[in-house]
Design a protein around this ligand. Structure first.
Ligand SMILES: *Cc1c(COP(=O)(O)O)cnc(C)c1O
Length: 393
């Protein structure tokens, strides 16, 4: 099955660009130019160079022996937790700042929920000496104080979104408004495979370095490029899209996406979009989203700030609808336990987002010769407070 975006920006029934007319010129400029810019050898050279020397790529593909023993399979961890700034997000912000420079944009804006994408954006803006404004919900700013200060140390301005629920969705609205008002000198860096076309495909391409490296590294280790399974957690879906990208059309590779079930999918406190969502339009694209009968977006819940999103990227809605990827959902408690388990078995404290992918191993059945690649999207330093509050270790 082909999983390719068409020229209108659709993956099957999902995607497109549902934007206010005022935003049309900005998005159109991006759509017209990005493929040519990103496709140029000179761009690719600078992108690869920064990924190597600034981010620290290639990240290792690590054979996790004690974890493998636990689950009766050959499990490899793709170590995105070892990227500079502690997660995969910087792969995308590097790509987008290089693109912004070639579009002649001197200023960058971003939205952030937990602050991880904001930090990754502030980091590349400092690297390039570019002005950076990050919109963040007022509530999130209070909850994620260390990341707010990180962004400020890096020289970014953090602007509080004070409307609505004062969280990610309101920060996104304010960033959009800013972009509409400053179309000529500003580029908007979206942090996941969401938003209007061409963002989802553009972000997926920047993250596709993950699966490109997996192919090479697996071939070096085992003499085969394809594992039996690729597993990743899904918030908006960028680390999963990156880990799946070069395997979409390889039918022998099973793609496993893991969502956050919060306190349980029947409790009203969940973020498992493929279980609870219906088709609708969110942040500029048609996708699955959690909504009320009359189409109001439902506030999602997860212990993990990075998975606490009411939708998923359109490519994942398509992977779900066609059955190309299998979706699991994992509760807060299951994820926390899996995070502690990995810490004890392998000496790696994972991000709580990533712990959801790890917990899905408990729901799966493997043959002893199965090769499983799990994308370790980030490290747990940022989540120490949450581990401490949970306390069961
Ligand atoms: C932000 C984040 C995620 C979720 O975002 P995706 O776009 O779904 O990848 C997952 N893991 C970590 C460590 C994150 O920081």
């Amino acid at each position: 099955m082909k999983v390719q975006v068409d020229e209108r920006g659709y993956y099957g029934n999902f995607g497109g660009a549902y934007i206010p007319e005022m935003l049309y010129p900005n998005v159109e400029e991006l759509r017209e130019n990005y493929e040519q810019i990103v496709g140029a050898a000179e761009f690719q050279e600078q992108f690869d160079g920064l990924l190597k020397d600034f981010v620290g790529r290639p990240t290792p593909l690590y054979a996790a022996e004690r974890l493998s023993e636990q689950y009766g399979a050959n499990i490899f961890l793709k170590r995105e937790d070892l990227c500079h700034t502690g997660a995969h997000k910087v792969n995308n912000t590097i790509g987008q700042i290089l693109l912004a420079q070639r579009l002649g944009k001197q200023k960058l804006i971003a939205e952030t929920g937990a602050g991880q994408h904001g930090v990754a954006t502030a980091t590349v803006c400092a690297l390039m000496g570019v002005e950076c404004i990050v919109y963040m919900g007022e509530i999130d700013m209070a909850r994620q104080r260390p990341n707010v200060e990180r962004m400020r140390i890096l020289g970014a301005e953090v602007r509080a979104a004070k409307s609505g629920s004062r969280t990610l969705k309101d920060a996104t609205n304010e960033a959009m408004r800013h972009w509409i008002n400053n179309p000529t000198d500003t580029h908007y860096i979206i942090g996941s495979v969401v938003g209007p076309h061409p963002y989802p495909e553009m972000v997926a391409r920047f993250q596709s370095v993950i699966s490109a490296e997996i192919k090479t590294q697996l071939n070096e280790k085992l003499g085969r490029t394809n594992p039996d399974y690729v597993i990743a957690c899904v918030g908006g879906g960028s680390n999963a899209a990156g880990a799946f990208y070069h395997y979409y059309d390889e039918a022998d590779v099973k793609l496993i996406a893991v969502e956050a079930a919060g306190k349980g999918n029947e409790t009203g406190e969940s973020a498992a979009t493929t279980v609870l969502g219906k088709p609708g339009v969110l942040h500029g694209s048609k996708t699955l989203l959690m909504q009320t009968e009359d189409g109001q977006v439902v506030e999602p819940y997860s212990i993990s700030a990075g998975l606490d999103y009411p939708g998923i990227g359109p490519v994942h809605a398509h992977l779900h609808e066609t059955g190309r990827a299998k979706f699991y959902s994992v509760t807060d408690d299951e994820a926390m336990k899996a995070g502690v388990q990995l810490s004890r078995l392998e000496g790696i404290i994972p991000a709580i987002e990533t712990s959801h992918a790890l917990a899905a191993l408990n729901q799966m059945k493997f043959n002893t010769d199965d090769v499983v690649v799990l994308n370790l999207s980030g490290r747990g330093d940022k989540d120490l407070e949450t581990y401490i509050k949970w306390g069961k270790y």
